[in-house]
Design a protein around this ligand. Sequence first.
Ligand SMILES: [Mg+2]
Length: 469
Amino acid sequence: MTECAPGKTGLTALIVEDDQAVCDVLQMFVENLGYAVVVCNTGASAQEAFAAKIPHLILMDWLLPDMDGVELSKTFRASERGKYLTILMISSKDSPEDIATAIAAGVDYFISKPFERKVLDIWLFAASRHVQDCLLREEADLALVKIQEELVDNNLQLEEALGRANIMAVEAEQAYIEINQIFKTVAGGILLVDKDCNILRCNDSFLKMARVTREESRDRKCYEIFHTCLCGSDDCPLQRIKKGKKRIESEIEKIAQDGQISYYSIISTPYHGLSEEVGIVEHITDITERVKAEKALAESERRYKELSLVDELTRLFNKRYFNTHLQLEVERANRHGHPLSLLLLDIDNFKHHNDTYGHADGDRVLARLGQVIAESLRTNDVPCRYGGEEFTIILPVTSGEQATVVAERIRARFAGEIFQPTPQETVRKTISIGVTQYLAGESGQSLLERADQNMYEAKQSGKNRYVLK
Ligand SMILES: [Mg+2]
């Protein structure tokens, strides 16, 4: 194999010929055309040269020492760049059948041996033109392949984008279905409002609360169809959310045009739509029934307390009961002419006890006195906590003298009670009692005042005693 200097054109040629004289002529002609030439005298060396560098032009003999030139041209033609090769065969094997065989095997041009130099010149010119055509064709094919690859790539990208868009569309549709289901089934009203109070979306429950149809809610401001006490005030949830609040819970009262009052609990949170501007989502629950029930309960508690006749701490009757019952007993005494007496008790030095040990302990003393009184009375006697540390006991059908027995019993029992306001300390408490009997015709007030005076006298004369007058 002989390799020559690179040609002017950058093109290469491979000459496969075992006849050196022919080789030389071919090489000279081809180099004159500007090709860099590789010369091989055997088929094997030609294959080696071809594998090392694929030539643009091949001039080859048919009859080679080691192989058949036509078979060799077939393998060249079958190679990767085979279709861009220009193959010229020079052979003495030149019957029409031979030439047809060579052309069928991929040979482009055929020159019979021996050849005239002029004929060689003509066919080499034609072959060179063919080489140029092949180069253009190869270039065009490469460009086409590149375009096809780009197209395939673009198609892939498009398909991927389309696939993603389809998935997003399915997800969006699914989300839309889900949000609609939630809107329909959620307990309470849902309201979406933009930063300018425009209603973006609401559910049927909200429309029911607002008493409007969906048609009437279209293109309306929230305050136009669901005006509440918060609208236009600094407490408006939308304004507070716009100032940065993350969650607001409010309870509002709403008076309908027909005067009916409804109560609503509203949870407001920020709504971030596609724009950066903040709107609001509100979940509104009708709590009218609950609030009405609470109000009714509070009212009934208030009335119950008002009507209550029993003092909670001592479980004795209270002052209200005392006043009405004393009146009743006064009337009975006047009607039937039987005696009636009244005791008025006051704990001695009670203020000092409260100041020293606190009101809670004071309450324990009061409660104990209530027990002592209750245990010391007869069935028809009526014990009452008159107020503070003062107690009254109405004793029907009882004279003043008889009443002193009851008074003394209570005084003695209570004086025997031991209190322990602190772990280290025990104290005893005493009471002073005013005892008095009803005088025919006088008022209950007058009877009470006398009992009070007697109690005062008991205090003045040393406490822990009763005074009857
Ligand atoms: Mg030969």
